[in-house]
Design a protein. Structure first.
Length: 172
């Protein structure tokens, strides 16, 4: 009788262990899917950030161009008020220098914005790849749970059969 109880207990233990492995695989898959959703969300946020940076950069460049125009107008008014001919010599060179500096500033604003937007886009791509990796890990965890459950079941059945043979031999 004790031998039969041992065989049944081994079978129940095997079943419980197999179910545990399936549940563990499913839980790991669910966690990976949650991480995948977070990474996908982060990618969307980074793309929006890149677009916001581009828009902000464009706005800053427009504002800088308006300010540059005001500075040049102030410079020309000052030269005119001083009675200087602004179309030749040092006054012309001074205006050209001001225009060049303003254009360089506008380009620098654009460059900084482009670098920041590309950084955000790169992070979005990293987040997308991370999301794919989490998805693959989840699928692998689920598969591993089923494989582990199958292996446990086969092993347990084998032990139960051997135990059953041993019990049958004792009763001969």
């Amino acid at each position: 009788m004790a031998a039969i109880v041992a065989v049944v207990a081994a079978g129940v233990g095997t079943g419980i262990s197999a179910i545990g492995q399936i549940k563990a695989g499913a839980a790991a898959q669910q966690e990976a899917e949650s991480q995948q959703a977070v990474a996908d969300f982060n990618a969307k946020v980074q793309r929006r950030e890149a677009e916001a940076i581009r828009q902000r950069t464009e706005f800053e460049q427009v504002q800088q161009a308006k300010e540059a125009s005001r500075r040049l107008g102030t410079l020309r008014a000052g030269l005119g008020a001083a009675g200087v001919v602004s179309t030749e010599g040092t006054p012309l060179q001074l205006q050209a220098t001001q225009v060049i500096e303003d254009e360089l500033e506008r380009l620098l604003i654009g460059h900084r914005g482009q670098v920041a937007a590309e950084r955000a886009e790169s992070q979005a791509l990293i987040d997308v790849e991370q999301a794919r990796l989490f998805g693959a890990r989840g699928r692998a965890a689920k598969t591993a749970g089923f494989i582990g459950a199958g292996a446990t079941t086969i092993s347990g059945v084998g032990r139960s059969i051997l135990t059953g043979f041993d019990v049958a031999r004792r009763f001969k």
